[in-house]
Design a protein around this ligand. Structure first.
Ligand SMILES: Nc1nc2c(ncn2[C@@H]2O[C@H](COP(=O)(O)OP(=O)(O)O)[C@@H](O)[C@H]2O)c(=O)[nH]1
Ligand SMILES: [Mg+2]
Length: 360
């Protein structure tokens, strides 16, 4: 499962965002470390809801993402080797930024400056990576004296390029590594290489603008950068929202000029940021959505569903969600010739409904 670390400076609303995410679905489980919490959130997808309606199976299972609430400030975490593991394990970071006035806070006049907070945090992430890179380079140079291998040479090149990038104060996520090195880079778990979702935690007066987070961000001097995106929530309003039933929640949102909870938007943005796509299966018992990286083949997708489907893969029957929905049933889609037979190497598109044919 893909994992997102909720990070930020102290007292910015990390735990508030985490609680809101969790309230809707399931309760968080303690991680054994003070304040650190992990919880699972399902990815809302109206296409899956429609499939479930069409097929009337017993169960509907949404794809899900794991969120980790990190304690204290990300700056302290990045400096502590041991607790930094909380950050390193994450596939992406949700960086919560204080964008609400708070007279009670230590900040002078309760002022906030998310653009400056981003700069400060980025710098810490880069320093932490630079220290890690230098240590590895030193060790690798010793190893290379004893023995040369293509794997070590490759690692050495990646580390040299990373060091140069960091010394220019550029986060590693902005460095274009060749495709075949991307997996190795992920293996290093560099903090500044992780995609970031900036979560602006705004005050009530800006709540009506959370539907247009890019505008809000631009107004606060936050510039768009590669492999980052921005979402906005109002912690206080969302916390109230979580207490309401569906009908009341709708009215409450409308009273702020909002159409949907910022939380579903936030989950969807995380999903896009990670470069993930969904495919669907309709089985005898359940309709289900699954998560794979964009570019995954039918063979890889089969492995997500069941290791046997992958081992005994014959063909995948594939139909676009929109075509299936228009046809009204799988049988009708087949008779209209919309269902294709694809082989192992077929690259899935977001929103395809797949039936895996496999041998016994
Ligand atoms: N006014 C206001 N206060 C908030 C908002 N979100 C969080 N807070 C308050 O800020 C403080 C810190 O929140 P918390 O979620 O514990 O922050 P963390 O330290 O980043 O986990 C708490 O007192 C919250 O009630 C918000 O949107 N508006
Ligand atoms: Mg907290």
């Amino acid at each position: 499962m893909f994992k997102i670390g909720i990070v930020g400076l102290g007292q910015v609303g990390k735990s508030t965002v985490f609680r809101i995410l969790m309230h809707a679905q399931g309760s968080p489980s303690p991680l054994g470390k003070p304040e650190a919490r992990v919880g699972v959130v399902r990815v809302p997808d109206p296409r899956l809801d429609r499939l479930a309606e069409m097929h009337q199976r017993r169960k509907t299972v949404h794809a899900s993402i794991e969120y980790v609430d990190t304690p204290g400030s990300i700056i302290d975490l990045a400096r502590k080797g041991e607790q930094a593991a909380l950050l390193r394990e994450a596939d992406a970071l949700a960086h919560v930024l204080r964008a609400f006035q708070d007279e009670s806070s230590a900040a002078p006049g309760g002022h906030f400056n998310p653009a400056r907070d981003i700069e400060n945090v980025e710098l810490e992430l880069m320093l932490s990576d630079l220290a890690a890179v230098e240590k590895r380079i030193e060790r690798l140079e010793k190893d290379l004296k004893k023995q040369k291998s293509p794997a070590l040479e490759n690692e050495y090149q990646i580390l040299r390029a990373s060091k140069e990038t960091l010394e220019k104060q550029t986060p590693l996520r902005e460095c274009a590594f060749p495709k075949e090195q991307e997996r190795a880079i992920r293996g290093f778990a560099f903090l500044s290489a992780k995609p970031v979702l900036y979560v602006l935690n705004v005050g009530e007066k800006d709540a009506g603008r959370t539907g247009a987070p890019e505008e809000l961000a631009a107004g606060m001097g936050i510039k768009p950068r590669p492999k980052t995106s921005v979402a906005a929530v109002c912690g206080t309003i969302e916390a109230e929202l979580a207490e309401l039933g569906d009908a009341e929640a709708g009215e409450f949102l409308a009273s702020y000029g909002l159409k949907e909870s910022a939380i579903s938007r936030m989950v969807r943005s995380s999903y896009q940021l990670l470069g993930l796509i969904s495919f669907f299966t309709v089985g005898d018992n359940e309709c289900r959505s699954w998560t794979v990286r964009a570019g995954a083949t039918a063979h890889e997708a089969a492995g997500e569903v069941h290791s046997d489907f992958q081992k005994k893969f014959i063909r995948a029957e594939v139909v676009k969600f929109e075509e299936l929905a228009a046809a009204g049933s799988l049988a009708e889609a087949r008779s209209r010739g919309m269902v294709r037979l694809e082989g192992k190497e077929y690259v899935l598109d977001d929103g395809e409904v797949v039936y895996f044919r496999h041998s016994a």
